[in-house]
Design a binder for this molecule. Structure first.
Ligand SMILES: Cc1ncc(COP(=O)(O)O)c(C=O)c1O
Length: 347
């Protein structure tokens, strides 16, 4: 099976499995798991922030951040395809009592200009009967927009202007290591101006479970209370944190290979008649292409890819998404392109 549905499908490496079996553990609700503590310290160090907390999922990390930055009745400004808005179960309203204010990026890249954000803000000058903006939520790389990138400069500009207006900025950096690799930046530089950052160990970095929320010490102390409230207080979590530590140290260097594979996939797909994709826009590990011009439905094609060629992909409306990761080789990419061509034009 060539599984291109997501980079969440990666299996732990032998080094991760070894680290898990040998992990020193304790009760993390008492703050006594040495492996979790090491992971948290290391994540804070890598991101050059004061503190970090290990959370079971990226969604929990994002939603704790929304909760801590806002009060009920506030709005969260976010790009309209942002994960926090589209795929986290309306948690920002269920948990935090906030309302998403989605903003479309005019150029379709998913990457907002400050002016687009500014037009959606309700600051202290706004009429008393509109909901104030409590938070701006960014995403780097931007998943649903096709792994597109927020540069250090753009992030800095947005954060500076937001902070002048006393609005905090949270970064959903589920794939920030992909962004850093593609931009030849450090994750610390990309995250520096943001008030908080969530990143996932369980996506391209390959750990089986877990994400980190990173920020100021007081913010993370408060995040620990909310993690417990949400049922995320884990006990001997060092068993999974051990894999996270290996992922954090060893996996970032491998991501450029995933990006090269994604570009190769995009270039192969671009040659298939009726498919719309610009390979130049594939800069990380996510490949999204429109098959509307072939007359087929995406879900149908994904089902046929699976049943006739053992290739897994995800359909979204007229588009198909394929994501590269370390369990997919360059030879697998070539097989996937061939399979897609056959399913679209010979089937
Ligand atoms: C951009 C982005 N943010 C957050 C998440 C949430 O992570 P999790 O599935 O661990 O809750 C995902 C997961 O796919 C994601 O792609």
């Amino acid at each position: 099976m060539i599984d291109l549905r997501s980079d969440t499908v990666t299996k732990p490496t032998p080094a991760m499995r070894r680290a898990m079996s040998e992990a020193e553990v304790g009760d993390d609700v008492y703050g006594e798991d040495p492996t979790v503590n090491r992971l948290q310290d290391r994540a804070a160090e890598v991101f050059a922030k004061e503190a970090a907390i290990f959370v079971p999922t990226g969604s929990m990390g994002n939603q704790i951040a929304v909760k801590l930055h806002t009060r009920p009745g506030m709005e969260v400004v976010i790009e309209e395809r942002g994960h926090i808005y589209n795929y986290e179960m309306a948690a920002m309203s269920a948990i935090s009592g906030t309302l998403a204010r989605p903003v479309k990026s005019a150029d379709g890249s998913g990457i907002l200009q400050w002016e687009e954000i500014e037009a959606a803000l309700h600051t202290s000058d706004a009429a008393y009967y509109v909901a104030p903006t409590g938070l701006i939520a960014l995403e780097n790389s931007h998943n649903l927009a096709g792994g597109t990138l927020l540069t250090r400069e753009r992030t800095g500009e947005i954060c500076d202007r937001a902070h002048e207006l006393k609005i905090p900025v949270h970064l959903d950096g589920a794939r920030i290591f992909n962004a850093a690799a593609a931009l030849s930046e450090t994750v610390a530089a990309l995250a520096a101006p943001c008030d908080s950052v969530m990143f996932c160990l369980s996506k391209g970095l390959g750990a089986p479970v877990g994400s980190m929320l990173v920020g100021g010490r007081d913010f993370i102390d408060e995040a620990r209370r909310w993690r417990k409230l949400l049922g995320g207080g884990m006990r001997q979590a060092g068993v999974i944190a051990a894999a996270g530590l290996v992922a954090l140290e060893e996996s970032p260097a491998l991501l450029t290979e995933d990006h090269a594979n994604a570009r190769r996939l995009a270039e192969g797909i671009a040659e298939i008649q009726g498919v719309k994709i610009d390979p130049e826009r594939v800069v990380t590990n996510i490949v999204i292409f429109d098959i509307g011009g072939t007359g087929h439905a995406a879900d149908d094609i994904c089902a046929r890819l699976q049943h006739t060629h053992n290739v897994l992909a995800s359909g979204f409306g007229p588009s198909i998404r394929m994501v590269t990761h370390y369990d997919v080789s360059t030879a697998d990419i070539d097989k996937a392109v061939k399979a897609l061509r056959e399913v679209l034009h010979k089937g």
